[in-house]
Ligand binder design. Structure first.
Ligand code: AMP
Ligand code: MG
Length: 496
């Protein structure tokens, strides 16, 4: 059945000539639909309701792009592990178009794994089933946790192998993002083109993500501040669920403030500030505790690209940029503190020592290698007087008792004294997830999909991850931590 055309409105293709190159997705031999996000398709108003799975597979493999699609590969550069690569770009991705949802919000629809482009360098432009399904699981988990993220619309198996360390089944992912504007996009144009191009890109970014700033006295200074604000908020959210992005290169930092590019990411289990799982991050540059510092470093690279726009005189421009960069740690800290108070269910009008209270709790978890997610969740039980499940997580409960006494006395201060234990516990359960994507469960689901073509474990896990705050007995196996042996050997890969 022919589907009604998707109402594309492709501003990046139309308004930013020279910032991308047209490219066509590779044809795939036997597309079959592994995942389709019907809820997201409805939210976007794509009007695909009448299509069957095979039609969707043809469309989202790139074999039969919808009418109005204008596939382009976007140019960008980036610092990868601190080293500048002046040309990266969409080497295995294509933006096929933009749509407006019912609220007027604009979304990019892009393919990943759709074949070679002029930016592919030595890569094959392809992707494998496992990493693409991984992006679905982690992205949907982030979404359910309320953390800004790009989202997966579809995963289609291509029916052909991709060759990594071994032959793997190939797949194409369709990704939905507020935009694919990255720090690296600005770096590309600041490096290769006259300042007018950077200005054009900045104006586009402002119009798309921060239209309220267009009329400001110095909109480019405001842009830097607004991007800093979104990053500070985002990284604080990551830290509070134990998320490790794993590859915070400047080309993987979205100016819209979404989590983007799920490669070697992972959720921490036992609390360990130095945790790093990526096989290629040997120096721990992108370890859990480094993430706020790296965000600031990336922001400084963004600021550099804006210097000629910030002020007519260089010294003045540097002073303005420095103001924002230097303010980042405090900006981040405020978001982290607000998140901490929410996790502890504390109001913000009392307790000047809440930061120390939070830091000491985390130190306690670190010293005794306690599971981060379970500890927070069981602290909610403790708020209601049920301390046994929490105590069971600790080898030595004496330091825990001392900390609990401090927390309880803090709960009696100011406005918090009015909160009943049951109300506090409930509030805590709404922000401290019971379920995160446990690494052993994710690996188990991806192995079944890759090795046996069995999607049932993937679907069951995805279903559980969509309700992270609800404690349901049928999902208990997803809440259990991995064994220390599993975590000791656990590594993640870029999936390229
Ligand atoms: P990533 O590590 O996914 O952020 O990608 C970094 C850069 O490598 C981007 O320019 C990608 O487009 C490119 N890239 C990654 N994998 C491939 C691949 N299989 N083929 C071509 N380019 C790739
Ligand atoms: Mg990337």
């Amino acid at each position: 059945m022919p589907h009604p055309p998707i109402a594309f409105d492709n501003t990046y293709a139309r308004d930013l000539e020279g910032f991308h190159v047209p490219a066509q997705p590779a044809k795939v031999p036997a597309p079959s639909l592994l995942f389709f996000n019907h809820g997201l398709a409805r939210e976007l108003g794509l009007g695909l309701g009448g299509m069957d799975d095979q039609e969707l597979a043809e469309m989202f493999s790139g074999n039969a792009l919808p009418e109005g699609a204008e596939p382009i590969a976007q140019a960008y550069a980036g610092h990868q592990f601190g080293q500048f690569s002046p040309q990266l770009g969409d080497g295995r991705a294509l933006l096929i178009g933009e749509v407006l949802d019912a609220t007027g919000q604009r979304w990019d629809i892009a393919l990943k794994g759709s074949g070679r482009t002029p930016f592919s360098r030595r890569g094959d432009g392809k992707a494998a089933v496992g990493p693409m399904l991984r992006e679905v699981l982690i992205g949907e988990a982030m979404q359910a946790l309320g953390i800004p993220t790009t989202r997966a619309l579809a995963v289609v198996a291509t029916g052909e192998p991709v060759f990594r360390e071994r032959a793997l089944p190939g797949a194409v992912l369709t990704r939905v993002a507020a935009s694919h504007l990255r720090v690296g996009t600005f770096q590309f144009f600041a490096t290769h083109t006259p300042v007018e191009h950077v200005k054009k890109l900045a104006d586009y970014t402002l119009a798309r993500h921060f239209p309220e700033l267009l009329k400001a006295e110095n909109p480019y200074f405001q842009l830097l501040g607004a991007v800093a604000e979104r990053q500070a908020a985002l990284i604080a959210r990551w830290m509070h669920v134990g998320f490790i992005h794993g590859v915070m290169n400047t080309d993987n930092m979205s100016l819209a403030g979404e989590t983007i590019d799920y490669g070697p990411c992972a959720f921490m289990e036992a609390y360990r500030p130095r945790a790093v799982f990526s096989s290629i991050d040997e120096a721990g540059r992108y370890a859990y505790r480094e993430q706020p510092r790296i965000a600031r470093w990336n922001l400084a690279r963004f600021a550099e690209t804006l210097l000629p726009l910030l002020a007519p005189e260089e010294g003045q421009a540097i002073a303005l940029a420095t103001e924002v960069i230097d303010a980042f740690p405090e900006r981040y800290h405020q978001h982290w503190l607000a998140g901490l108070r929410a996790k502890l269910s504390l109001a913000d009008d009392a307790g000047p020592d809440d930061s120390a209270l939070g830091e000491d709790w985390l130190s306690l978890l670190g010293e005794q290698k306690v599971d981060f997610t379970l500890a927070w969740r069981r602290l909610a039980d403790a708020a209601e007087g049920n301390e046994a499940p929490l105590r069971a997580l600790f080898g030595d409960t004496a330091p825990l008792d001392a900390w609990l006494a401090r927390w309880q006395s803090r709960c009696g201060m100011g406005a918090d004294a009015q909160t009943s234990p049951a109300t506090r516990a409930e509030a805590m359960r709404r922000v401290n997830p019971w379920l995160i994507p446990r690494n052993h469960r994710v690996e188990e689901a991806l192995a079944a999909a890759t090795d046996q073509g069995d999607l049932a474990p993937f679907e069951a896990l995805l279903n559980a991850l969509r309700h992270p705050f609800d404690e349901r007995p049928e999902f208990a196996r997803y809440a259990d931590p991995a064994t220390p042996d599993f975590m000791a050997g656990f590594q993640t890969f870029c999936g390229t």
